[in-house]
Design a protein around this ligand. Sequence first.
Ligand code: CP3
Length: 355
Amino acid sequence: MTTPLQNDRFLRALLRQPVDKTPVWLMRQAGRYLPEYCATRKQAGSFLNLCKNPTLATEVTLQPLERFPLDAAILFSDILTVPDAMGLGLYFSEGEGPKFERPLREEADIMKLAVPDPEGELKYVMDAVREIRRALQGRVPLIGFSGSPFTLACYMVEGGGSDGFPITKTMLYSRPELLHHILSVNAKAVTAYLNAQIAAGAQAVQLFDTWGGMLSHAAYQEFSLRYLAEVVSGLTREVDGQRIPVIVFTKGGGQWLEDIAAIGCDAVGLDWTTDIGLARQRVGQQVALQGNFDPTALFASPDAIRKEVGRILGAFGHGNGHVFNLGHGISQFTNPEHVAVLVEAVHSLSQDFHQ
Ligand code: CP3
């Protein structure tokens, strides 16, 4: 028996159905800007321990919801759990972000790459999804997520974060068949991983294509979008008569909105560089839009935050199909009180647009 949802605004907006207010959640809503998150992480010993302990992952997933009336919860995990489960050896070095012990550079290693079993090496993620669903008791829907095949490949080949991913791009131009092989394994891995999250209880899923936007126009289609399309077409889209909406977020993908909307997703995420009103004119008949408040604007005064929220709501205009979010993840230096201002402003200022 599934508990009925008390607040389904987020799912309704993704399906472009009428809502009373515009729903809002924030990318990285559970994170270091919250002192309670930092305390739990300290208790866990490290970020990865936190991800791998379903009870602690549940605790931090719920923390932002205790503070703010957000309309969705997002699974606390990371996109790099998938390459970790493929044997690359994920670790986080202080101040340097994620790293892999065994980056994928050699043809022989690339050819050995295999799809991990989501209920095997990644069972801790599915256990977290199940535990979070129980803890939520239907308050709001739970979002599952994965990195896009291309964004995962960037970290796998490069061995960590980087400015421009030159090793990955060199492979793209000089050995495209090797990169295609990685992408095709990643697409299968991501599809299986998201379908397992959906089976475990995720009520919507988001694909994070953080680095697709650094590709040339032609390379985006060939190396990122094509594999996003493969994933979207392989996803479970209905559970117990409920549609499971799929959100695709390519950071820097504003010029390709029509192409992204055409792969069969329910919603397209926008970073802050795109005008959401123009985006709606371009693709709003086909998909919902999610975004697109500049996360840096949360450093400004409460008045400036309210004004910017009002501007974005006004740019989208009246009617359905908008999920309010940031244009990228929230900064660790954000004042939580400013987040409260943003969430309150979205809910109060948006009511006029849903009359
Ligand atoms: O949105 C959420 O609240 C859910 C949790 C979530 C995390 N990472 C937690 C996290 C999600 C959805 C992600 C996605 C993710 N992870 C992406 C795609 C989105 C994006 O930001 O572009 C990427 C590229 C990663 C890889 C990653 N993980 C990086 C580059 C870093 C280091 C950067 C940083 O902020 O330190 C991480 C670590 C990470 N993932 C943290 C959190 C809360 C901070 C770790 C800590 O507590 O020290």
